[in-house]
Design a protein around this ligand. Structure first.
Ligand code: SF4
Length: 683
């Protein structure tokens, strides 16, 4: 911590996106008064995007939760911690005694620290003997975990952020990197300045697409067809990396059998074969091509297939395990990678150790001093909502807002209302918190110590700069207090560091990390198996993480989205994020600077569609789907093609997820948030 005049400068990590930028919180008399860039930080190098620059603004907002709340006669009343936790403990205990272990479920959080996610994993499994634990990675990168684990043996970004600047060609698909991961966008710009060819495939002519040397507009939901066709051309022209395929992979014949039928996909994708071929040649002929994707790839009923296609093309061209190459899924939230790493998932403990594997279960039973951990994986977020009121009676949600983030919000509300008892632990009273029986006030990232793991697997410190408001506590302290009320042993920690010391004993990828090692700005990339190990910025350099060391090609056929357009719903609706807001808007809409930039939601409409319907920019319009409708201003823009609508999902008064489809990817249980059929009319 540095001092200057009356200011303290506390180095920490940005609480917003997965880039993991470093910044200094400026503290004066116990309050945050600003943000200063952290010049030596290896990712941000003294730069921050608008969200990072304003990340202090929500911390002292007067709407912060300061005391526990209990709902009595339909209204929240303030309570003591003792009363609130006694109520939560007695309800959860009584429910399990009556209905069995899986009658209670837990949603952990991509916003909270690694230490806090590890403790939720321990509380659910060792304390409550249930695997009914998940978090919102399901709604952003569930298919990344399932798809890349199948192809490469592990589901994470293969290369580092800095490494992207080393690429000779960058292929971006399903990511508006410049707005959603701006500091990774900076690496793309650097690569371009050094002569790299930038290819962007996106239905919208996004800010990122405007940087492209080759822009590929294509129809939403046709990613597999486009990628299969690129692979067709690579094989047809003999541009595959035969040596890499022979030495490092298996399954090439299966892939060839599938992609041979994808010579011309214009009818499916709208992209002419000449353009597909041009892009395919650029991808295959560059010395090092990096593939970048985000939720435009994953948020489909074919999300896992889409991810498999990205790994197929990277392996086909030998673009794995070297600088400037790789498959790089950009994680949306500050610690979504870490929450996955820490086992806030229904099928794995920390370090992706499967609950179904006897040895892993026995290891955790011995370590936690418990018996009979459940061997069957739990339900996912989306499945939990469906089971609410039936199998699941009580739900404990930490730092998640499914009443904004989940698809088909009308249905989500109906599900949550069926619960016997709902606990929400958060920093503000969210839309989900409004439905809770008990609300517990958490400390935000600036008010506690811990670690976040960024999208590039870099584990970094966050540091306490100010005290939490009122009686709010760090999430790890709340978990400890609840365990104490329940009489669950093994939850006595004096610091976040003490929890981290436990994490590294049972999590092989983190075994070599200590808080002392993480003090350096460059921190460490996992896997870091020993205290002498330097960390691993690039995965799969000599062999893949699969037991046989080989990458696996999985040929996948294109399938259409779950809901396609018809005469009643003639538009394709797609959703996403924008530069100035973050997720469900809980923090950024309470930031005066960010909210002033974009104070309301909107729907993007093409000039052709607007003219046909007599809609002008700023007119209020109604967007309808089979699930609901919203009224919002029209943003008429040539950046979106005819027949497609785009709604950002941050705005509760025009919530995009009132409209979206809850149809699921069968492998990852990811809802199809990126494509559904919609109608549009003047309001
Ligand atoms: Fe924060 Fe992401 Fe912006 Fe960096 S790019 S400052 S991590 S929101």
């Amino acid at each position: 911590m540095g001092e200057n005049m009356n200011f303290n400068y506390v180095p920490t990590t940005c609480p917003y996106c997965g880039c993991g930028c470093g910044l200094n919180l400026v503290v004066q008399e116990g309050k945050l008064v600003g943000v200063e860039p952290w010049k030596r930080h290896p990712v941000s190098e003294g730069k921050l995007c608008p969200k990072g620059l304003a990340c202090d603004e929500f911390v002292h907002n007067e709407e912060r939760l300061t005391v526990p709340l209990i709902k009595k006669d339909g209204k929240f009343v303030e309570s003591t911690w003792d009363e609130a936790l006694t109520l939560v403990a007695s309800k959860f205990k009584a429910t399990q005694e009556t209905y069995g272990p899986n009658s209670v479920a837990f949603l952990s959080s991509a916003r909270t620290t690694n230490e806090e996610n590890y403790l939720m994993n321990k509380l659910a499994r060792a304390g409550f003997h249930t695997n009914y634990l998940d978090h919102c990675a399901r709604l952003c990168h569930g298919p990344t975990v399932s798809g890349l684990a199948r192809s490469f043996g592990s589901g994470a970004m293969t290369n580092s952020i800095a490494d992207i600047a080393q690429a000779d060609c960058i292929f971006v698909i399903g990511s508006n990197t410049m707005e959603q991961h701006p500091l990774i966008g900076r690496s793309i710009i650097r690569a371009k300045e050094k002569g790299a060819k930038i290819i962007v495939a996106d239905p919208r002519f996004s800010t990122t697409a405007k940087l492209a040397d080759i822009y590929v507009p294509f129809k939403p939901g046709t990613d597999v067809a486009l990628l299969n066709s690129m692979m067709y051309w690579i094989i047809e022209e003999g541009k595959e990396d035969k040596e890499f395929i022979a030495e490092r992979t298996k399954g090439i014949d299966e892939l060839k059998e599938v992609v041979k039928n994808y010579a011309d996909v214009q009818e499916i994708t709208t992209v002419p074969p000449e353009l597909v071929k041009e892009v395919a040649m650029a991808y295959a002929e560059a010395d090092a091509t990096a593939l970048i994707y985000s939720m435009g790839i994953t948020q489909h009923t074919t999300g896992t297939d889409n991810v498999l296609s990205t790994s197929n093309i990277a392996m086909l061209t030998g673009n794995i395990g070297r600088p400037g190459t790789g498959v790089n899924p950009l994680r949306g939230q500050n610690n979504v990678q870490g929450a996955c790493d820490m086992g806030a998932l229904p099928v794995v403990y920390s370090g992706y150790q499967s609950v179904a594997v006897d040895a892993a279960r026995q290891k955790m039973e011995e370590f936690w001093g418990v018996k009979d951990l459940p061997a069957v994986g739990g339900l996912t977020v989306t499945e939990m909502l469906g089971a609410a009121g039936d199998e699941i009676k009580n739900l404990y949600i930490v730092g998640e807002n499914p009443m904004m983030s989940d698809p088909d919000l009308t249905h989500a509300a109906e599900c949550l209302k069926k619960l016997d008892f709902l606990v929400v632990q958060d920093i503000f009273l969210t839309e989900t918190g409004e439905l809770a029986d008990v609300v517990l006030p958490g400390a935000c990232w600036a008010e506690k110590d811990g670690t976040f793991t960024s999208t590039e697997r870099r584990v970094q410190r966050i540091r306490k700069a100010v005290e939490p408001p009122g009686e709010a506590k760090a999430d790890w302290e709340i978990t400890m207090a609840l365990a104490d009320k329940l009489g669950i042993p093994g939850f006595n920690y004096e610091s976040a560091e003490q929890i981290f010391e436990e994490v590294r004993q049972v999590t092989p990828q983190y075994a070599g990390m200590t808080y002392a090692r993480l003090e350096k700005p460059e921190a460490l990339h996992w896997p870091c198996p020993t205290e002498e190990h330097p960390g691993t910025p690039i995965l799969h350099t000599a062999k893949f993480s699969a037991p046989d060391g080989l990458g696996t090609f999985v040929g996948v056929e294109w399938k259409p989205p779950a809901e396609v357009t018809d005469k009643d719903y003639p538009f394709i609706l797609t959703t996403g994020r924008i530069l100035f807001h973050y997720h469900t808007g809980t923090m950024t809409r309470r930031s005066p600077t960010l909210n002033a930039e974009v104070p309301t939601g909107y729907v993007e409409i093409s000039p052709e569609d607007a003219a046909e319907l007599g809609i002008a920019k700023g007119d209020m319009v109604k967007v309808r789907t089979r699930r609901g409708e919203i009224e919002t201003p029209a943003n008429v823009t040539a950046d979106i093609p005819k027949g497609i609508l785009f709604v950002p999902f941050h705005f509760k008064e025009a919530a995009a997820n009132m409209l979206t489809n809850s149809a699921l990817d069968p492998a990852a249980k990811m809802p199809e948030l990126k494509v559904c059929a919609a109608a549009l009319e003047r309001a």
